[in-house]
Write a protein that binds this ligand. Structure first.
Ligand code: HEC
Ligand code: HEC
Length: 216
């Protein structure tokens, strides 16, 4: 049970975030453990950044639509720090968002977004799509980088529940995530992506993100 003061501080943090994103929708977060209907949470909290149906139109925010629900739930949990342990996935914005969410709410919004039709993205740097395609399909044998296609599938839809959909994702977001694995701010050591991303050059990261963005 959280101390009332702490809870108030968390609510204030949540409020500040909502006010920042959508001033008219700023509302107090419910008490811990209280479940808000997924649809309402999406409209009041998530939509400002991820869009009402999880199709992001802003390059800094990922699309969530059509992503498998187990993966989304796992990410939401990883944004939350627990009892002295730092969050497995470090992001200040999402840490503030998940602070007041119960696990039930996380599962419900994850299910909501997983049911929406996937976003159709496009490359920000179209001239790099061909180079990105080679990495996606073949990897880079000279530095033993495995091909992305083996886990994320030819069309980028992934393999539920462990390998996420990446097709149509915002390319800048993809670049940022790959760098997060390189620098250790996502997922912890010894995981598949944290083992393979250090094998990539910065150029390969930017190129493969362009190919992924236009996959559908
Ligand atoms: C103020 C903007 C903002 C709001 C509001 C917001 N998000 Fe996010 N969200 C982000 C950003 C930025 C990231 C990328 C974080 C990173 O780089 O790791 C993100 C990432 C995510 C991810 C990980 C996606 C992936 O592909 O791994 C999930 C899941 C997510 N958000 C769900 C939600 C849900 C559910 C809500 C509403 C309850 C919400 N977000 C509200 C900005 C926001
Ligand atoms: C051996 C399997 C495997 C291979 C090969 C692989 N991935 Fe992944 N990928 C994963 C897993 C597992 C995750 C989910 C990690 C998590 O749960 O946080 C993931 C997550 C991702 C994400 C994050 C998606 C999001 O929404 O945040 C991106 C981007 C990504 N991979 C890109 C790539 C690229 C590009 C390649 C090729 C260079 C690649 N992956 C190769 C297994 C793989």
């Amino acid at each position: 049970m959280k101390h009332p003061m702490e809870r108030r501080r968390l609510s204030a943090c949540m409020l500040a975030l909502c006010a920042l994103a959508v001033p008219s929708l700023a509302q107090p977060a419910p008490e811990a453990g209280e479940s808000r209907p997924a649809r309402l949470m999406v409209e009041q909290v998530c939509a400002a950044c991820h869009g009402n149906t999880g199709q992001s139109t802003q390059k800094e925010y990922p699309s969530l639509a059509g992503q498998n629900a187990d993966y989304l739930f796992k990410q939401l949990r990883q944004f939350k720090a627990s009892a002295g342990e730092p969050a497995l996935r470090q992001d200040a914005t999402m840490a503030a968002v998940v602070q007041s969410m119960s696990e039930t709410e996380m599962r419900e919004v994850a299910r909501y977004f997983s049911r929406q039709p996937p976003a159709r993205g496009q490359a920000a740097l179209p001239h790099l799509v061909e180079a990105g395609k080679a990495i996606y399909w073949k990897g880079n044998p000279s530095n033993r980088l495995p091909a992305c296609v083996s886990c994320h599938r030819p069309n980028g839809e992934g393999i539920a529940p462990d390998f996420p959909r990446i097709a149509g994702q915002q390319p800048e977001y993809v670049v940022r995530q790959l760098h997060a694995w390189k620098s250790g701010t996502r997922g912890g050591p010894g995981k598949l992506m944290s083992l393979l991303v250090p094998l990539m050059t910065d150029e390969e990261i930017v190129a493969v993100a362009q190919y992924v963005a236009q996959l559908r």
